[in-house]
Design a protein. Structure first.
Length: 402
């Protein structure tokens, strides 16, 4: 009998709460329309008190269902979980797609230990209301280590969850660990390509941590448009537009009056060409002009993901009026400062149309798991004094020698 009275009392309390809510909301709406009440700013609302409840009504007079769900989670879960559940169920009946109701369901599920339900309701909310994603994504990441996460994530990928890219990008920008990002990105890539911004963010994080093989895998497999001119050196002929990210060319901002040089990709119109090429031909080159001011490095770089072994670095160059001939060359470094590749003595051969072919033997040791193709410009004294002239480069490549 006593338990029946308690259940009846709980139901009556919920009904009474709803009745009071409707009356209060109606009065608040009338007050707002007549000018007697104005919404209070968020900063002055005390959430977990009776004053906070009154403030919510004043702040959102036309949102009684939202208040009902907020009150059910914020104030009742700690003291009377059963009543809180009844209140939220009533709110769901009144407003099944109300954002505040959905938030209440998510919070209730997590508080009750039903992580699977909480994850799926949070994902539903992120899919329906993009403006809610920041808080929802944070809630999802907080449970990414739970045993239910893997099944949830794979099911969402299989169903084509529209927030996959946004969630991965938000996680990357929010400082999620590289291990966590790859744990989510790898199965995602098997289901769908990722946006360029997402791949770039995760890939740059991997590069910054020296995980170039992981970054290269993501770059090749996850992009919506597969990069062209891959090879061991990407876009070594400079015919593809440079985007300056991941394994693409990275050129310094330059500025001849600040760094002593300007760098860019342009068509080859140098006087050294023996015959004019038609405009339709692919004749882009990397052009670096030096003006005699002190030089600040780097000038041009590209990250590489070469496997250990022997290679030949080959490139064409043409020097136009340089005051220090033969001092601007490419070299290969290991990303890790604790190991270095073995470099042979550069050798030069004449090439067609006034170009010079330069070859360098390079041996990548096992510990060199990521490399940097870097442009050198003279010795320390020449960097301080600067020099003049223009150097052109084309057809840069790394040939693997079995």
């Amino acid at each position: 009998m006593h338990q029946r009275l308690e259940r009846t009392s709980s139901r009556l309390s919920a009904i009474l709460l709803i009745t009071m809510l409707v009356v209060a909301a109606s009065a608040a709406a009338w007050g707002l329309m007549t000018g007697a009440l104005r919404p209070a700013p968020d900063a002055v609302v005390e959430r977990d008190t009776v004053t906070g409840a009154s403030g919510y009504i004043v702040r959102r007079p036309l949102d009684p269902v939202g208040w009902l769900s907020w009150a059910g989670t914020r104030r009742m879960l700690a003291t009377d979980p059963a009543l809180a559940t009844q209140v939220i169920q009533a709110a769901v009946t009144l407003g099944p797609v109300d954002p505040q109701v959905l938030r209440a369901q998510i919070l209730l599920a997590f508080r009750q230990g039903n992580v699977d339900a909480g994850l799926n309701r949070a994902a539903d909310l992120a899919g329906m209301l993009p403006q809610e994603r920041s808080d929802v994504f944070a809630a999802l990441r907080a449970h990414s280590g739970h045993p239910d996460w893997s099944a949830f994530w794979n099911a969402r990928l299989k169903s084509g969850w529209p927030a996959v890219d946004a969630f991965l990008l938000d996680s990357c920008q929010s400082g999620a660990s590289l291990a966590t990002l790859y744990l989510m990105a790898q199965p995602a890539v098997s289901k769908q390509p990722l946006d360029d911004a997402t791949v770039t963010c995760i890939g740059n994080k991997a590069i910054s941590e020296g995980q170039l093989s992981a970054a290269y895998w993501l770059w090749v497999n996850a992009m919506r448009i597969t990069p062209k001119s891959l090879g061991n050196v990407f876009n070594g002929d400079f015919e593809q537009p440079a985007a300056g990210r991941l394994f693409d060319w990275r050129f310094a901002a330059g500025g001849e009056y600040r760094e002593g040089f300007s760098v860019g990709v342009s068509r080859d119109t140098s006087a050294g060409s023996r015959r004019a090429k038609p405009v339709s031909d692919n004749n882009n080159v990397l052009s670096i002009r030096f003006n005699g001011r002190a030089l600040k490095l780097p000038i041009a770089q590209q990250y590489l993901a070469l496997k250990p072994g022997h290679y030949v670095l080959a490139y064409k160059l043409r020097e136009l009026g340089t005051t220090v001939p033969g001092r601007v060359n490419w070299t290969v470094r290991c990303v890790s400062a604790n190991v270095a590749p073995s470099l042979g003595t550069p050798r030069s051969e004449p090439a067609a149309d006034g170009w010079t072919l330069r070859l360098v033997d390079v041996t990548i040791p096992d510990a060199c798991t990521g490399q940097l193709l870097d442009l050198e410009a003279g010795d320390r004294l020449q960097l301080l004094q600067g020099f003049r002239g223009t150097v052109l480069f084309d057809d840069i490549g790394m040939k693997y020698i079995p």
